[in-house]
Design a protein around this ligand. Structure first.
Ligand code: CP
Length: 314
């Protein structure tokens, strides 16, 4: 593997899950692998879990870590080729990516969708520019379209918790006052397509995700019916994909409560707004897996770093 840009870079999900579980049992087993290697984590958006779990993963591998928030600390980058840079942008990604590749053995990039222009977001200009101009391997720390480290942690969590061979897993939309991107939902659907499970999506009409991602995944617009006999309920808000970036529905009836959850396990990538997305009683119950999902972010990131370091050593 040369980069980890999406879950499509996973060559064998069963092997990845097995290896992640070995790392979780003994996180320091590859402590020598990253000696004298440097991970650079570069953020165009805020983060708690991605930043710290990936840093922790790198430290478990003996790596050095450098972190920069481009929004606050770095020069404002230009990503378009051939522009006359006589306005606010001080540095072109062509130079920046090559310079960072001199300092870092692996580079992580977080750059969310702006949700103003679908075509622009789907170009993934920031992630793809770093991929184009950097010589170091690139890890996607959440881009416009995908959050593959989160999806990997999620599938590890499901395999640890599942009681039956083919679980029913429901991805449910929930209300949120702000327009949120589709990346987490996209990558969750994509990784579920690599796994043996009955996946069902529920959301209000008009919130259909990109059909190129959902493919033939069934959609049930009645949330209560969708959640019946679910083993896992993964809850996430996303803004409309059809009316791109719009918040068209804030119906609080879509919030998850204990009654709707039934006996299912509750999953969310965090951060989560209490009593908006999900009621306190769910998050504070033993059915909630959110803290373990966040814990597994470390082992998902460590697995990806380990594979990239091994590939570089070959
Ligand atoms: N789930 C997740 O990516 O969390 P952060 O935005 O805090 O990194």
């Amino acid at each position: 593997m040369k980069d980890y840009l999406s879950v499509n870079d996973i060559n064998s999900l069963p092997n990845w899950i097995d290896d992640a579980k070995k790392i979780k049992q003994n996180p320091l087993m590859d402590k020598a692998l990253g000696a004298n290697k440097t991970l650079g984590l570069f953020f165009f958006n805020n983060s708690l879990r991605t930043r710290l779990s990936t840093q922790k993963a790198a430290m478990n591998l003996g790596m050095n870590v450098m972190i920069m928030n481009f929004g606050n600390d770095g020069w404002d980058l230009e990503f378009e080729d051939g522009t006359i840079m006589d306005k606010g942008k001080a540095e072109h990604v062509k130079e920046a990516a090559q310079v960072l590749s001199q300092y870092c053995d692996i580079i992580g990039i977080r750059a969310f969708a702006l949700l103003k222009n679908k075509e622009r977001d789907e170009e993934e200009l920031i992630l793809k520019s770093f991929k184009k101009y950097a010589s170091a391997p690139i890890i996607n720390l959440e881009s416009s379209l995908s959050h593959p480290l989160q999806a990997l942690a999620d599938i590890i969590t499901i395999t640890e918790q599942q009681q039956i061979k083919i679980p029913k897993i429901v991805l449910s939309w929930a209300p949120h006052p702000r327009a949120l991107p589709h990346a987490v939902a996209n990558s969750f659907v994509e990784i579920m397509h690599l796994y043996k499970a009955n996946l069902l999506i529920t959301h209000p009409p008009g919130y259909e995700l990109d059909p190129r991602i959902t493919k033939n995944t069934p959609i049930e617009y009645n949330q209560k019916q969708a959640l019946e006999k679910a083993d896992f309920v993964y809850v996430k808000n996303w803004s409309s994909y059809i009316d791109y970036g719009e918040v068209m529905n804030t119906d609080t009836n879509w919030m998850i409560n204990l009654e709707k959850l039934g006996k299912a396990k509750f999953m969310h990538c965090l951060p989560v707004r209490r009593n908006v997305i999900v009621e306190d009683a769910v998050l504070d119950s033993s059915q909630s897996l959110v803290i373990e999902q966040a814990n597994n972010r470390t082992y998902a990131a460590q697995l990806v770093l380990k594979y990239l370091l091994e590939a570089k050593a070959e």
